[in-house]
Design a protein around this ligand. Structure first.
Ligand SMILES: NC(=O)c1ccc[n+]([C@@H]2O[C@H](COP(=O)([O-])OP(=O)(O)OC[C@H]3O[C@@H](n4cnc5c(N)ncnc54)[C@H](OP(=O)(O)O)[C@@H]3O)[C@@H](O)[C@H]2O)c1
Length: 283
């Protein structure tokens, strides 16, 4: 496993396990157990994934020491204000059965993100969250947000994969010491990524799958990746990406796959924002 060092000096594994869309509590717990058994030490959940309790139960049952795990969760839009965020942080801690989180993110750039950030800053200073960050912030928003807060975000988790490469956004984050983290590193399986001819052909040279090449490409761009799978064999495959290196020609060829936009979300579409605002994580 490789690690990155965040702007506050904390080390974060460069690859972890995402558990979005795993709402069945038993499957979520088993996925965490399988991940930890197979070497994963970063787990990425969120209040809005409705599985924090199962993730916490999986961690407990695994026997892996809490301090050996890098645990991320996220504050949902419903709690995006100073007072609500204080409660939201505590709810995540309670659900995950832990005294501290390694990373806590503002899940979406929606609502009173400045107020919520004050609560995250306080929790960070109180030792309840080791690093604080944001998610789905585009470069211009990130520039504004990083400037007008006491603590700069340590991480920005955004959609990044071979079909939506966002080179300028990644550059901006690296230049400003904000760690890019890729959600949807497989484009959630869209565009036939797992049988893509370019990724497959490159993979054959190294005895790796298209999925492994897709992850390796992100890792070599200095991005943290959190692929999701509920299948143990795929979990094993997805973490087995630290024993080969793509060369410049491979990297260049993969850059031709970029379509330059997301086919999953559209943060410029008011209807999309209105829809995500409707999701409630508690009463
Ligand atoms: N911050 C945000 O707004 C945001 C948004 C989305 C996601 N995320 C985070 O990012 C994580 C990853 O993104 P994601 O879950 O949306 O999508 P993803 O990781 O890009 O893709 C997951 C899909 O790929 C399949 N898969 C995984 N490994 C495979 C392999 N080796 N071969 C073939 N198929 C494979 C999975 O199927 P099976 O599970 O059936 O194996 C699942 O259908 C999430 O779990 C979550 O933690 C964050």
């Amino acid at each position: 496993m490789d690690y990155v060092t965040l702007n506050n000096g904390i080390k974060m594994p460069q690859l972890g396990l995402g558990v979005f869309q795993v709402e069945d509590q038993e499957i979520a717990k088993q996925t965490v157990l399988n991940g930890l058994k197979n070497g994963y030490r970063l787990i990425d959940t969120a209040a809005a994934y409705f599985n924090e309790k199962a993730v916490g139960a999986g961690i407990k049952e695994s026997g892996v020491k809490r301090e050996d795990i890098f645990l991320t969760s996220k504050l949902w839009i419903q709690d995006m204000s100073y007072e609500a965020a204080k409660k939201g942080i505590q709810t995540s801690l309670d659900n995950l059965q832990t005294d501290y989180l390694d990373l806590y993110l503002l899940h979406q750039p929606v609502g009173d993100v400045y107020g919520a950030w004050r609560a995250l800053e306080e929790a960070n200073k109180a030792g309840k969250i080791r690093a604080i960050g944001v998610s789905n912030f585009e470069p211009a928003r990130l520039a504004d947000f990083a400037q007008f807060n006491e603590i700069k975000p340590a991480v920005n988790q955004v959609e990044l994969h071979v079909f939506n490469q966002q080179p300028a956004a990644i550059d901006y984050m690296h230049k400003n010491d904000i760690q890019p983290e890729a959600w949807g590193p497989f484009d959630e399986g869209k565009r036939g990524i797992f049988t893509d001819p370019i990724l497959t052909k490159i993979g054959e040279k190294y005895n790796k799958s298209a999925a492994q090449v897709a992850l390796r490409w992100l890792l070599q761009r200095g991005v943290v990746v959190i692929p999701k799978s509920t299948h143990e064999q795929r979990l094993i495959q997805n973490i087995d990406v630290f024993d080969f290196e793509l060369n410049d020609a491979d990297m260049k060829q993969i850059s031709t796959l970029d379509i330059g936009h997301s086919e999953i979300v559209d943060h410029h579409d008011p209807e999309f924002i209105e829809n995500i605002m409707k999701l409630k994580v508690h009463e």
